[in-house]
Design a protein around this ligand. Structure first.
Ligand SMILES: C[S@@+](CC[C@H](N)C(=O)[O-])C[C@H]1O[C@@H](n2cnc3c(N)ncnc32)[C@H](O)[C@@H]1O
Length: 188
């Protein structure tokens, strides 16, 4: 297990990420849900860095055709499995997003609070764009207080390849702010 994987594994085992299920986190999760279900009308979803399955839990009532979640932490995937039991449309993988390559296409690929975990946050988007169905979209949620770089610059760097179709900003009572965006690939 590499250093990064060990960090995530230890912190999941210690319960450090349990708060992602708290109401303080609902804003950005519900915007993602809205984009997936009502804007993209997606039936096939890939959730990169899916963690313990908060987005999966919110999506369950919508009975997607396929939900694939991947995470580098075996413990996070184990926690997600409690939601996946008895749902044949749900697949969960312990995998590194920088190596993973799916065998099928998706209507949306979600990077929810995890694009900054990639060794190449722009390259990861380019790669994920290749996993989309023809009218598919990438969905990103980034917490401004967690992203270590210049977030505005990051969005600008995506612009030669992607168009921002939707953008929302949401803040919670603790003073945390998320940028949530829907990106579509520009035609070559
Ligand atoms: C802040 S958590 C967000 C979890 C989840 N998306 C949510 O918002 O509820 C970041 C997640 O990315 C995962 N992660 C970190 N590096 C990763 C990598 N290289 N490949 C796949 N997952 C990774 C972590 O294990 C963790 O579950």
């Amino acid at each position: 297990m590499n250093k990064q994987a060990k960090y995530w594994e230890t912190s999941y085992l210690a319960g450090k990420w349990d708060y992602l299920f708290s109401p303080d986190e609902l804003g950005h999760h519900l915007i993602l849900l809205g984009y997936i279900v009502y804007v993209c009308r997606a039936r096939r979803v890939l959730d990169v860095g899916c963690g313990a399955g908060r987005l999966l839990e919110l999506l369950l009532p919508y009975r997607l055709d396929k939900y694939v979640g991947l995470d580098i932490s075996a413990e996070a995937i184990e926690q997600s499995r409690r939601l996946a039991d008895q749902h044949s449309n749900i697949e969960l993988h312990i995998a590194d997003m920088d190596i993973f390559s799916p065998a099928e296409a998706f209507d949306v690929v979600v990077f929810n609070e995890c694009i900054y975990c990639s060794v190449d946050p722009l390259g990861a988007l380019e790669k994920a764009a290749g996993w989309l169905t023809p009218h598919g979209a990438l969905l990103l949620s980034i917490c401004r207080e967690v992203y270590r770089g210049d977030l505005e610059k990051y969005w600008q760097l995506t612009s030669p390849s992607f168009t921002t179709r939707q953008a929302n900003t949401v803040s919670n009572r603790l003073g945390l702010t998320w940028d949530v965006r829907m990106l579509c690939r520009n035609k070559a």
